[in-house]
Design a protein around this ligand. Structure first.
Ligand SMILES: C[S@@+](CC[C@H](N)C(=O)[O-])C[C@H]1O[C@@H](n2cnc3c(N)ncnc32)[C@H](O)[C@@H]1O
Length: 163
């Protein structure tokens, strides 16, 4: 659909979840990955890619990431831990580490980040933790926006404490 609409796909990334839940029915493989599509509006559109930051990023437990080597398109990141669900949870909440990597890779200071499917607000949270970015989140469910506000307020409180 993206390509039909004229978008140009830069990469598709496999997010592998080492801690994915087992398949209890045992009749198919255990689902343990999701696909990220990184696309621009058209072939000529410019994009941000912070190559060196990605190359030198700590592997943070990602068995596919070698520090100092080009970042590849398979990322091993566990699904969101309990510690990221202290204000309640969203059924498909993404891990902070995943969104932090995406934002560090593809935005700069001053970037405006839009997530039209905000959910639990992990994109906004990562943008706030990294800082110097503006975030706009949209969700059809008001409760998820409340959850997001609570999560972001906690980050801002911690930032004030650190000074
Ligand atoms: C996959 S979840 C996003 C999860 C999010 N990335 C996180 O880490 O928590 C998708 C969200 O999109 C919202 N949504 C679905 N259809 C929508 C629509 N038409 N307009 C706005 N939000 C919508 C759902 O309520 C859901 O919270």
């Amino acid at each position: 659909m993206l390509q039909k609409l004229g978008f140009h796909i830069l990469n598709d990334i496999t997010w592998y979840k080492p801690n994915a839940a087992p398949n209890l029915a045992c009749k198919t493989f255990a689902h343990s990955h999701e696909t990220l599509l990184w696309a621009v509006k058209d072939k000529k559109a410019k994009h941000i890619f912070n190559y060196s930051i990605m190359k030198n990023l700590d592997n943070q437990g990602d068995c596919f990431k070698n520090v100092g080597k080009q970042m590849r398109t398979v990322w091993a990141i566990n699904s969101a831990p309990k510690s990221e669900k202290t204000f309640g949870k969203h059924p498909t909440q993404k891990p902070l580490m995943l969104l932090t990597r995406i934002i560090l890779a593809s935005t700069n200071d001053g970037s405006v980040i839009l997530d039209p499917f905000n959910g639990g607000g992990t994109t906004g949270l990562a943008a706030n933790i990294i800082g110097k970015r503006q975030y706009i989140g949209i969700d059809i469910e008001e409760g998820f926006l409340d959850l997001t506000v609570n999560r972001i307020e906690q980050v801002q409180k911690q930032k004030r404490l650190i000074g």
